[in-house]
Design a protein around this ligand. Structure first.
Ligand code: XMP
Length: 332
């Protein structure tokens, strides 16, 4: 099948156009798949979620979704996948909590690229194992979108990337399945319009970009469970406060990173050693360069007060003012 978006394809920017696209894809998927079973790695990201919702409409329980929780998800994300897909959409969903597997493998590994390799490799292993347990799967669905196709063409043609950008959920190359890729000609904004038309919650459809290795590249250096827990809690507070302030609508990506460094502080009149939580909030159009969002000081104070009061182990909050270049968006 061609990997070039047909010139005649209209830009999907209205609910009506999204509806027409959905109807067309339902017919195409049914024709391609027949009564066979389709497997999908459902990460909870926008693309795989939209593909899942679309395929549930087209083929119902013939779709088997596998959600692998690598223990590096943000607070509440795996729970949201279960709630939306299993409870609301009645999907055939296999949920695998592989937290211990991933964290055991990552123990004492400080190098960011090694961490990415371990997370990406283990993800494929876990997914493969689950696929082998399932009978009669003939197809593999993927949330490939058009920029992925364009980027992979560009990457093949050009030089070295700064980071390996392992995309958890990527296809295990040796898998012998035919592909189902219903959104492969769509750009991200179109995927979101289609997701809304499919009735997915805004929190899922408007989700900010989240790297495949998840909090693994934000718990800097060798990951420990206590620091990962502190990071997850601090990040949840940041997200909550950005939503209250409406900044989730305007800021492209925002998160907390927690380095493997402790400083001395004081709490309840006692010495209190803790990690700093680093706030990063950036704007960009293509993630190749990024500028810093100007967060109101009052909000920074509120977030600082909440994180230091509510999160065990954090005793300082810092705001990263570095644009890209010279800093990359993530710290690792
Ligand atoms: P950097 O840190 O390179 O990030 O400025 C640019 C964008 O890519 C995301 N990112 C990743 N995405 N796997 C991913 O799927 C990765 O390993 C990875 N590393 C960075 C980052 O969150 C930002 O949106």
């Amino acid at each position: 099948m061609s990997n070039v978006r047909p010139e005649s394809m209209a830009r999907i920017n209205t609910p009506e156009l999204a509806q027409a696209f959905i109807e067309e894809q339902i017919a195409e998927v049914r024709a391609q798949v027949g009564d066979k079973k389709v497997l999908l790695a459902l990460s909870g990201g926008v693309d795989s979620s939209v593909v899942a919702a679309l395929l549930i409409k087209a083929i119902g329980k013939q779709l088997v979704c596998v959600h692998v929780n690598h223990g590096l998800m943000r607070k509440g994300e795996s729970e949201a996948v279960i709630e939306v897909f299993r409870n609301q959409l009645d999907a055939n969903l296999v949920y695998i909590d592989a937290t211990d597997r991933f964290l055991d493998l990552l123990k004492d590994v400080a190098d960011p690229e090694k961490k990415r390799k371990i997370i990406g490799g283990e993800f494929i292993k876990v997914f493969d194992e689950e696929a082998a347990k399932l009978d009669g799967i003939s197809f593999l669905a993927q949330g490939t979108i058009y920029p992925d196709i364009l980027e992979s063409i560009k990457a093949k043609e050009s030089g070295k990337p700064v980071k390996s950008h392992h995309n958890v959920g990527g296809l295990p190359e040796e898998m012998q399945f035919e592909l189902v890729e219903p959104v492969k000609f769509l750009f991200k904004d179109e995927v979101r319009v289609v997701g809304k038309a499919l009735g997915l919650p805004a929190s899922m459809v408007d989700r900010q970009p989240f790297p495949g290795p998840g909090l693994g590249v934000r718990c800097l250096g060798a990951i420990t469970r206590d620091r990962l827990h502190a990071l997850r809690e601090a990040d949840a507070i940041l997200r909550e406060e950005f939503e209250i302030a409406g900044l989730n609508q305007t800021v492209w990506q925002y998160f907390i990173a927690v380095p493997d460094v402790k400083s001395v502080g004081v709490k309840d009149e006692k010495r209190y050693e803790g990690w700093p939580a680093i706030i990063r909030a950036v704007n960009t159009t293509d993630a190749m360069s990024a500028t810093i969002e100007e967060i109101p000081y009052a909000l920074l104070h509120k977030i600082t007060a909440r994180i230091t009061a509510e999160v065990e182990g954090i005793n300082r909050v810092l705001y990263d003012l570095t644009p890209k270049p010279v800093g990359t968006i993530e710290w690792e």
